[in-house]
Design a protein around this ligand. Sequence first.
Ligand code: PEP
Length: 253
Amino acid sequence: MKRRPLLAGNWKMHTTVLDACHLAADIAKSCSGLGDRDVLLAPPFTVLNQVAHMLAESGIYLAAQNVCWEAQGAFTGEISPLMVLDAGGVAAIVGHSERRQIFHEDDVLINKRVRGALAFGLMPIFCVGETLDEREAGETFTVVERQIRAGLAGVVPGDMEHVILAYEPVWAIGTGKTASKEQAQEVHAFIRNLIVKMYEKNIADQIRILYGGSVKPDNIDALMAQEDIDGALVGGAALDVESFGRIIHFQEI
Ligand code: PEP
């Protein structure tokens, strides 16, 4: 069973207002006429609102790169789900490996973000993935299972239709090393089976699992042809309209 593809661009800590508006407008142009797939952009918080205006009527979805679980309050440096919605966002990346590694966000904190996003009607794009050491120690499945079980703790079956998963092996992010299509498919299939065990087959069949880690124009087609890969979370290549445009227009081979 194939699910509707989702191609998501994570702009990380890049773009001023002017850069962001140009990039969003160019991406919107290159997406026109694509009816069979979804496209989503996750720019920095500071430009969410302007990018939302640039994307109006393009059909492209907007996401934040992280989100707090509270509506408001004394949480310096955080952005609430209501603020993301107010700026035009419908989703938020949660648990990105850069948050886990550089900012020491752990499974418990990430779970609060996942549940917080859902509680306010935002779709979490919940990222998991092993480091190179973990892969080499044969711990990939153990790590991914721990991250998923902890991150989805307390998420009820009825909310799972709003959850998007992203498998992003840490060793492939920003390194130019992509997991082979076989390596990626193997983990995606494992994740889908885990969702069957934790929830039910119907939920596992519907949930979209994105692959992220040095996705480029020259590997997107092969990745998207895999049974359990439903889309891509793209970092570096999402900042270049030509590359991202090609990724959006992938052809399954
Ligand atoms: C990411 O930021 O989620 C990512 C996968 O980055 P890159 O495509 O640059 O590896």
